[in-house]
Design a protein around this ligand. Structure first.
Ligand SMILES: *Cc1c(COP(=O)(O)O)cnc(C)c1O
Length: 359
């Protein structure tokens, strides 16, 4: 099989032994074995994420929990902050679920500033604010801690809902210290697992609110999911059992590495790619808010990005074109999951060779 190494911002490279864990014989999800597996996974996630908040593993992609957040924590009105394609998606999900949604938007490439958020929160009252921690389309990482501080200061009862799909495990997040209420992620990004599971972390006050919200839906009713988890360490519907085995294996590896070391490795990869990107091109994201897990490079040399991608594929590497309207204007290098600075270096050397950048 011809292996192509993934430097795209999800899904990311998955290690062989994690792939092997997937081939565990399928077990029933109403068995002691599955409950034990769930207990192991939740315990390890709690050790790793260092939080006493409720942690749920759900069979869905990240967008599933973006919808869950809307259904469970918003009765009527929400503020959506939009800094790129995934913020836009969350805005649309809220609309599609019949909520009243106001938008706070900045041009792509920029982050939401605390001042902008402060103004928006002073103008109106919201049950919740939606924040994309790491906007994978633009390579911008929002100043989540500072934004959360503003919410606590101006509108303390407003819940802070966070899309951390491409940052959880790859960049610092302090659930309790920063006072976040719901933080969701997909395992196919910085967790370095095959797609199919999503992880949500829920504050106590957010969970209490969810109990009072009508029409939470069926599949993503987080209160019902928690009930099954608390009472029998199971899920209400059939989970992707084999992915739990892979998650269990990968959590051992992440615990071995340590979360802070994992963050540091991501930061080191980001610095490498940013330095390279500034040397040969330009970076799309504004200086102080560049992502630790994905770099969006402005195509200042006007190369054919599609051609570069094809040439890289022949050499066994995959990177991404720009997202949506940024296609050909930018390209994206994902540096998340289990990739190392050495892997990144190897990729960059190959791009240089293809583009004839060093001679
Ligand atoms: C990948 C991604 C999503 C979407 O996740 P799916 O798993 O494809 O549903 C949402 N938000 C961000 C920031 C992402 O990077």
């Amino acid at each position: 099989m011809h292996r192509i190494k993934l430097f795209i911002p999800g899904p990311t490279e998955v290690r062989e032994d994690v792939l092997e864990a997937l081939s565990h014989p399928v077990i029933g999800h109403r068995t002691r074995d599955f409950s034990d597996l769930v207990d192991r996974v939740i315990t390890k996630l709690r050790d790793l994420l260092q939080t006493s908040y409720r942690i749920q593993v759900v069979t869905a992609s990240g967008s599933g929990l973006m919808e869950a957040a809307i259904r469970n924590f918003v009765e009527r009105k929400v503020l959506a902050t939009v800094i790129g394609a995934f913020g836009e998606r969350w805005y649309r999900i809220a609309k599609a679920n019949g909520k009243e949604v106001d938008r706070l938007e900045v041009p792509w490439g920029q982050a939401i500033t605390p001042d902008l958020l402060e103004d928006a929160l002073k103008k109106d009252h919201y049950e919740a604010v939606l924040i994309t921690h790491n906007e994978t389309s633009t390579g911008v990482m929002n100043p989540l801690k500072e934004l959360a501080e503003v919410v606590h200061a101006i509108s303390p009862d407003t819940l802070i809902l966070v899309d951390a799909v491409s940052s959880m495990m790859g960049a610092p997040i302090d659930f309790e210290g920063w006072g976040l209420d719901y933080v969701l992620a997909g395992v196919q990004k910085a967790f370095a697992l095959p797609p199919g599971l999503a992880v949500g972390v829920i504050s106590d006050r957010a969970f209490e609110k969810a109990r009072t919200v009508a029409h939470r839906g069926y599949y993503f009713d987080l209160v019902e999911i928690q009930k099954y988890l608390d009472e029998r360490s199971q899920t209400p519907t059939t989970p992707a059992v084999n992915l739990y085995y892979a998650l269990d294996r990968q959590l051992d590896r992440m615990l071995e590495e340590g979360l802070e070391a994992r963050w540091a490795r991501h930061h080191a990869m980001a610095e490498l790619v940013q330095k390279w990107g500034t040397t040969y091109f330009d970076l799309f994201a504004e200086r102080d808010h560049r992502s630790w897990t994905v770099t969006t490079i402005s195509n200042t040399r006007e190369i054919s990005v599609a051609w570069l991608i094809e040439e890289l594929k022949k050499r066994g590497f995959l990177i991404s074109n720009g997202y949506g309207q940024l296609k050909e204007k930018t390209f994206r290098i994902g540096h998340m999951g289990d990739l190392t600075p050495e892997d990144v270096q190897e990729l960059l050397i190959n791009i240089e060779a293809i583009l004839g950048l060093n001679g």
